[in-house]
Design a protein around this ligand. Structure first.
Ligand SMILES: [Zn+2]
Length: 490
């Protein structure tokens, strides 16, 4: 077997022959031998030249569709059809998983926020409070309930009001949640309030100097399905101090949702109770064709899937091409949310590849063990082992690598939020390369990893093909190893 591999012919015939030889043999002495054999085979089969054909195709799709492949556009739908078609022809079980995004939002008349009991007071729309874009319409009168408020406010921003579902442990469904700005995204707070059964949401500014006024802001979140407004600190502080305060909250708006599809492709073989998920977002920003972001991750995992189509995998491997990542991780978030607890439990790990060919690249591995964390904690248990396995690939090639924080900016976010271990590779976006990274990877310190990040110039001319080739191999290596062996993951 080893000799056969060393001879190096790796076309379809050699794969079939390898499989026949492997399957004819008695069970291997240990599971690791099989994952090693297939990892080496897959790394040979996944070539940069083949993977680049998918980059060419995605550029062609953008060129034919107004220059981009963004959510809700024909360019996205053509990208979806390209990927799904290739995977179907390779024999994968492919599903198009519908997800929603905001297509349009118009406010028809000014919102209402009135105290109705115990006293009465009219707050001024456009001054004391603003409707959150894109709030659903609604007209509700209910008691207000404060959620983990810090009043008076701390000297420096620190409120975690509404950031954790535990903040809503005593929340009475049907009330209006009164939430303080701070720490996590507005979207997180309103989502949690929605899950807790709130009938409406008032988020108020935290209260420090410079953080007192209300203003207009698009939070990209609508799924709580209830009216929601952003109020100034004075409104929140006042309502929080009145026991039993009841308000009328009304938003008059028209929200139009669009639908895109995640492409999900699964191996027919493998244990369905032990699923290895591999994902890359398929959409670009509207500004450009998105060839590094994220044609690179798309092409690399697509080619990996195509080349391993005949492998007798032990675990089910599920490839995901996410929709609408660029407008709030909507594809991956809605996918994870739609899974039952049992379905989540079967996903052993999630590998994410978003921007793997940045022109001024660094090989950044998601920081599963928290050894190089900037701000975010380590990933769920198992994430450290994923980081170690990816690191081992670069170590074997004599290539450097650094850690990168799980900062929530890509599709691993919804997975780690429900405790699924995650990892992956990232070569950098708008951040600047450090002198230490220049020493490790070449390129230019003080310059963005990708000067074309989210711009029209993220074309075929943008990616670094050395990084693309190396990372396609690293992805093949990692996917093959986990496809046969997840014993490292607790
Ligand atoms: Zn991206």
């Amino acid at each position: 077997m080893r000799n056969f591999l060393r001879r190096g012919a790796v076309g379809a015939v050699s794969v079939a022959t390898t499989l026949a030889l492997l399957l004819a043999q008695p069970a291997p002495a240990n599971a690791s031998s099989l994952d090693d054999v297939f990892a080496k085979l897959l790394v040979k089969q996944v070539t940069g030249a083949h993977a680049k054909q998918h980059l060419d195709a995605l550029q062609g799709i953008a060129d034919a569709n107004g220059g981009n492949r963004a959510a809700g556009t024909p360019g996205y739908r053509a990208s979806r059809d390209y990927v799904a078609g290739k995977l179907r022809r390779a024999g994968y079980k492919v599903t198009l998983d519908p997800i929603n995004f905001v297509q349009g939002w118009t406010e028809n008349s000014p919102p209402t926020l009135n105290q109705t009991a115990p006293g009465s007071k009219v707050y001024v729309p456009g001054e004391d409070f603003f409707t959150f874009t894109p709030s659903p319409a609604g007209d509700v009168t209910a008691q207000v309930q404060g959620v983990d408020l810090t009043l008076p406010p701390a000297p420096a921003p620190a409120s975690t009001s509404g950031c954790e579902s535990a903040d809503f442990a005593n929340f009475v469904a049907g009330r209006i949640a009164l939430i303080q700005r701070g720490t996590c995204a507005f979207a997180t707070k309103v989502r949690n309030a929605g899950f807790a059964g709130a009938a409406g949401i008032i988020v108020f500014n935290e209260g420090q100097p410079g953080r007192t006024d209300a203003y207009q802001i698009d939070i990209g979140e609508w799924r709580a399905g209830i009216p929601m407004v952003f109020a100034d600190f004075a409104v929140g502080n006042e309502l929080a101090a009145i026991p039993g305060a009841t308000v009328r909250l009304k938003v008059d708006a028209t929200l139009t949702l669009g639908t895109d599809h995640n492409v999900i492709a699964e191996t027919r073989l493998g244990n369905p109770k032990n699923v290895v998920m591999v994902g890359a977002h398929l959409d670009s920003v509207p500004a450009g064709p998105g060839i590094n972001d994220n044609g690179s991750g798309t092409a690399a995992i697509l080619e990996t899937a195509l080349q391993m189509r005949h492998y007798p995998v032990r675990n089910k491997v599920r490839f995901a091409f996410w929709a609408a990542e660029e407008i709030g991780l909507l594809g991956s978030d809605q996918y994870v949310e739609g899974l039952s607890a049992a379905q989540r439990d079967r996903i052993r790990l999630y590998l994410n590849f978003d921007m793997v060919a940045s022109p001024n690249y660094a090989y950044k591995l998601y920081d599963g063990d928290d050894s190089d964390a900037v701000g975010s904690p380590a990933g769920p248990p198992g994430s450290a082992q994923i980081e170690r396995q990816l690191a081992a690939f670069f170590d074997r090639r004599g290539l450097g690598h650094v850690g990168t924080d799980f900062d929530g900016r890509s599709d691993y976010g919804p997975f780690i939020a429900v405790g699924i271990p995650a990892g992956g590779i990232f070569t950098g976006a708008e951040g600047l390369k450090t002198p230490a990274e220049q020493a490790l990877f070449g390129g230019t310190a003080g310059v963005a990893y990708d000067v074309c990040y989210h711009q029209a110039c993220d074309t075929l001319a943008n990616p670094n093909m050395t990084a693309f080739d190396v990372n396609a191999d690293a992805i093949a290596d990692s996917v093959a190893r986990f496809a046969f062996n997840t014993t490292a993951i607790p």
